[in-house]
Every structure is written in C-alpha cells, then in structure tokens.
Design a protein. Structure first.
Length: 212
C-alpha cells in the first residue's frame, strides 16, 4: 500500500519539521516525509532534512523573475514525489494562486496564535503587546489569505505576568510540536473533513470537533 506522503515547507531552524520526523521515527506518525521545500538553502532545516534522509528542494527566490515562477518548479517537485499533503511549518513566503488553487484542501499551516487573533508575522509579540491572557496554536487549511483558511485544530496557551516573547514562544513551540503531528496523522487517516469553510476533526477518542 502506497504510504501517505507529505512535503514540509520551512524557512528557518525547522523545529516543527524535526517534531514531525521524530514522531515518524517513534511510530506515532504513520506517514513518509518525502520532501522538504525551503527558500533558504543554508537554513538549519535543510541540515535536519538531510540527516533524516528526506529529499530537499532548496531554492533562492531572487533567482526567479516572480513568485509564480518558483512555485511552478515546486508544483513539478510535488508531482514528481507523489505528495498527498503540504505542511507549511515556518515557511516565510507568500503563497500565490499558482500553488494554492491546485492544492486547496491539501495544504495546511501552523500558526502561533488562536486565529483569527494575531495573524501574520510576530504573532507572539502581538499577543504580548495587546495584553491578552491567553494565546495558543492553530492548524488551518491554506486559502491564499493571511492566515485566514478554515481552522482544523487549536490549543490554548496561558500568558504569565512575567512572560517575555522568548519564554512564551518556548511554551507555544512545545504545543506546536504535539499538535502538528497529531493533525497530520488524523488527515492521513481521513479523519479530517473540509466542507465549505467548515472542518470536522475527529480527535480519535470518540469525539469530533467542528470549526468554522
């Protein structure tokens, strides 16, 4: 039986890539990480992928005339590797319709806030600046907007009085590293349904969660 193949897109250190790879290694995630796509060839995540034996497509955006041009190359790589799901995990590039339209419903992103609060860059800093008491982590489908796609799953993280951006981000990362492999596993098992702007996510303990 053909394994469920994922492509991870990342731009930086790749801690969420590592969390996925570790979950696969531990037998907690029954997928194959087939491809890493990275827009920074010297990023730490490239080294992580090579150590894990994962194929890498690393490119420099400045070598292309437009975003659409390198996304056309990415599309060819996804087809070549028979990818079933794209996982954006710290990928810091705007996604155009060239990629979004053919992959809608098969592309997810992880974001360090409880969307729709604090979309975009510096979500943890935004939460601290606004003085909210709770933030969190969201995994959602990608629809081409700025963190606007249908929510699949969320987990809350309380903000402490003495939190800095670094201490809060550390706790958020711990939740990300648990939630992302869990969501990918449920998608690979066909336990996540997307209908219009509504998702139904089966946790695996008998309860379903519906998000809009």
């Amino acid at each position: 039986m053909k394994p469920f193949r994922i492509a991870v897109f990342a731009s930086g250190s790749g801690s969420n890539f590592q969390a996925l790879a570790d979950a696969v290694q531990a037998g907690k995630l029954d997928v194959r990480i087939e491809l890493l796509v990275c827009d920074k060839p010297r990023a730490k995540v490239v080294e992580r992928a090579e150590q894990a034996g994962v194929n890498v497509f690393a490119f420099k955006p400045k070598d292309y005339a437009a975003r659409e041009a390198y996304e056309a190359d990415i599309l060819r790589k996804l087809e070549e590797h028979e990818i079933d799901l794209i996982v954006l995990a710290g990928y810091m590039r705007i996604i155009t319709p060239v990629l979004v339209e053919p992959w809608y419903g098969r592309m997810i992103n992880i974001h360090p806030s409880l969307l729709p609060s604090f979309p975009g860059l510096h979500a943890v800093r935004q939460a601290l600046d606004h003085g909210v008491k709770v933030t969190g982590v969201t995994v959602h489908y990608v629809d081409g907007g700025m963190d606007t796609g249908p929510v699949i799953a969320q987990r809350a993280v309380s903000i402490e009085l003495d939190d800095t951006e670094e201490t809060l981000m550390e706790r958020i990362h711990r939740i990300e590293h648990e939630l992302l492999p869990h969501v990918v596993q449920r998608i690979s098992q066909d336990k996540v349904r997307l209908t219009g702007n509504t998702t139904r996510f089966e946790e695996g303990r008998g309860e379903d969660h519906e998000s809009k």
